[in-house]
Design a protein around this ligand. Structure first.
Ligand code: NAP
Length: 229
């Protein structure tokens, strides 16, 4: 007896967020990272339907001191950044390439949840103070992405990140303040932290498209996230 073909509805749109996101681990396994971030994206693109590919501020080298816009030349410094950039190309012509930064939300592993845990356990945490970016609440990114698609804005690169910018240490202090945790932040350098993969020292993203969806300030995103936790 032969089985009937599986009932699979063709999607109208794919939101492609899956990725190898272990930035330090990618340095030791570039092929593994490329298989997921480039090969995986090519698989998704082969469906032939419009695609949103979530990309990263780590495609930039961080040498600029004013916000990166879509027409700035990428120059990734890490394996993760390089594979995400090649993933942008693999996403094809019918794709919105949504670059965002420093994502946090009420679920999953992220900086806010880590700081809430450490802040409740310790009197002090050491946090990097020489990397500057825009912490972006995933709820705000989701709304902006929806707007991009529903307004029928053109395919291509879009920088969608929160308003404002700060260092990781500033962000940690804001988290403790908003959450009412008595924990000090000891400001350290990237070198002191000694992570294997290089990170951009500056990776604030802004859009040069006049009609780009706007995201609220990162502090507003933080408050909204904490309310939902
Ligand atoms: N986090 C950030 O600050 C940031 C900034 C800019 C852009 N982005 C981009 O935003 C997206 C989401 O990031 P995130 O931080 O939310 O990542 P995450 O928490 O690590 O989630 C990545 C997801 O990808 C899935 N995945 C990994 N390898 C897969 C594979 N081979 N097949 C199927 N699924 C696979 C994982 O599934 P399992 O849970 O089953 O492993 C996980 O659900 C990524 O594309 C990332 O590059 C992130």
């Amino acid at each position: 007896m032969s089985l009937p073909p599986p009932l699979v509805a063709a999607p109208d749109l794919v939101l492609h967020a899956a990725a190898w996101t272990d930035v330090d681990g990618a340095e030791d396994d570039p092929q593994g990272a490329a298989a997921v971030n480039v090969g995986g994206t090519a698989n998704v693109a082969s469906l032939g339907v419009p695609l949103v590919y979530f990309s990263t501020d780590y495609v930039f080298d961080g040498t600029k001191r004013e916000p990166y816009v879509e027409s700035d030349a990428p120059n990734p410094q890490s394996v993760y950044g390089r594979t995400k950039l090649h993933g942008e190309a693999a996403a094809g012509e019918r794709a919105w390439i949504v670059r965002s930064s420093w994502l946090f939300g009420e679920t999953g592993q992220n900086f806010v949840r880590t700081m809430l845990r450490l802040g409740a356990e310790r009197d002090e945490v050491a946090v990097v103070d020489d990397q500057r970016g825009s912490p972006t609440y995933v709820g705000h990114l989701a709304k902006a992405t929806r707007e991009l698609v529903e307004r029928g804005l053109p395919f291509g690169r879009w920088h969608l990140a929160a308003e404002g910018d700060c260092t990781w240490a500033d962000f940690a202090e804001a988290i403790f303040e908003e959450a009412g945790l008595e924990c000090r932040v000891r400001r350290i350098t990237t070198e002191e932290l000694g992570r294997p993969a290089p990170r951009p020292a500056y990776s604030v993203l802004r859009s040069e498209h006049p009609d780009a969806p706007q995201l609220p300030h990162w502090r507003e995103g933080l408050r909204e996230c904490l309310q939902r936790l």
